[in-house]
Each structure stands twice: as structure tokens, then as C-alpha cells.
Write a protein that binds this ligand. Sequence first.
Ligand code: DON
Length: 304
Amino acid sequence: MLDYQAILEEIHQSLNSVKDTGEVASYIPELANVPKEKFGIHLQLITGENFSVGDASEKLSIQSISKVLSLTKAFQLVGNHLWERMDVEPSGNPFNHLSLLELENGIPRNPLINSGAIVVADILLSNLKNPKKDFLDFVRNLAHDNTISFNEKVAESERLNGYNNYAAANLLKSYGNLHNNVEDVLDFYFHQCSIMMDCRQLTNAFFVYANKGKCLKNIQHLTASQVKRINAIMLTCGFYDEAGEFAFEVGLPGKSGVGGGIVALLPHCFTIATWAPALNPQGNSYLGMKALEHFTTKTKLSIF
Ligand code: DON
């Protein structure tokens, strides 16, 4: 077997000295306070073994990584009706762009850009009794960890500055693709994005996508077909206008967030999470992408 611990340490060490790694997200002011030099990696094999390096057990704001989890819950609840309200095509645009949404009559290109995730949030609001509580319980359940929580400060910081998401939600509403009111949908969306998890918890929660829909405790949450579809969406849309680059460099389905986290997985083999808050111009973690590129190159483990 490969010496995974040694591989993670080698990657961590070789990248830790890189200077020009980009900027921490500041459009959500609360995220601008996160120290730029944080860097952690956690790997979990499908067999249950875990390997960790650096700041992998410190909590980060999962931000857009939550879009995969909300999509999963909505897929469970409404099945293929999801695709009546959004598409599954890569957007080739930044995560918060609005122009395609107008051109395509209020149907978001995919569930992982902001407008798509806002429609998913609307679906959850319509189908859950206590949306925020039920969604948090769902995430805790997937990760088998009841300590996972919202960060109210981050949610409020985003609400006070979320003009772009208000624009997206209002545009969706004008096309009839938002059934609840804008304020309620965005309150839910900002809370889902504010969830705090560490790298290990992220690999726990994403285990289900590497394990044919069964979580760590072997409970079936998704059908094999649903897992196939969610992994395909992560591969083609998980990194916005850098999805091609991520497939090219790393070769795994995955998802990033502006908190600097990335989770990726190889079906039937492993889940891996990285955290490094400085972002490249596309809003993806600079060191996280590099670390994953090194990992799949060194181990020769990728879907290609
Ligand atoms: O809606 C937003 O802009 C943020 N809550 C999430 C964006 C995000 O994480 C983009 N990913 N890299």
C-alpha cells in the first residue's frame, strides 16, 4: 500500500513555502479575518483509514461546498423534478454571474452556481418542516457528527453584503422560478453556506459519494444513479469557470468554497479535503488545487 501519510506530508511541506497564493475572500467581511497561512489536508480511504496533515482539524466556513449537500437533500426529496427548474450544464462563468440567467429565462445552468443553489434552497424551503434545523440535522447525520453548526456571524455578514445574491434571487423570482419569498430563501442559503466543518468532517460527509450512496455507517442515502449524477455535476460544474482546469490538473469530482475548502473524491476509493484560505482569481483555493494535483499525480489515483 502507498504511504499516504508520507505523501500528504511531502505535499504539505513542498507547498507551504509558496508565497504568491492569492487573496482571502473579502466580499463576505467575516471571512477576511481568516489567517491566510492556514493549510490542512485530510484523506479518508473507503476502507475507513484516515490520514491528516497541517490544520486539517480546524473549522472552516464551507460556503459553496454546502451546495452539494443541499442538492443531495433536494434530490432525495423531489427526485428528477429538480431538473424542471435548473439545468446540468457547466456555465463557463464565475459562480455569481447573472447574465446567463437572464438569457436562459430564469433557469440556472446548474445547481452549483449561486443562482442554481438558490433554487435548490427554495425547493428545500418548500419541502422541509423546519428548513434550517432539518438541513443541519441532515448534514450532521451524513458526517456522523452532532457538533457541526451554522456560524451566525458569517451568515449575517453575508446577508448584509449579499447584493449579488439578492439580485440573483430577485431575477429568479421575476421568472417565476422562486416559490418562497426572497428574504426567506436567502436566509436559508446564507446559513447553509455558513456551516463550519473541518477537513475530516468534510471527508466524512462526502463519503457517501465515494461509496455508492452509503454513508460511513453503511446507511443508504442515495441511489447509485443519484450518486452518479451528483458526481458528474461536481466534475463538470464544481469549480465554475475552472471546472475544466480542475479536471485537467486533478481529475476528480469535487467542490470548492470561498472559505478556501475543497473536497474531492475517487469513487470506491477515497475522499480528500483541503483547506487553504487564499483564493485564485476564480475563487478556488490556490494551494488546495495544487495539493490535489500533486496528490493525484503522485498516487496515480484519479478517474482518468
Ligand atoms: O453565495 C456566495 O457568494 C457564497 N456564500 C458562496 C460562494 C462560494 O463559495 C463560491 N465558491 N468558490
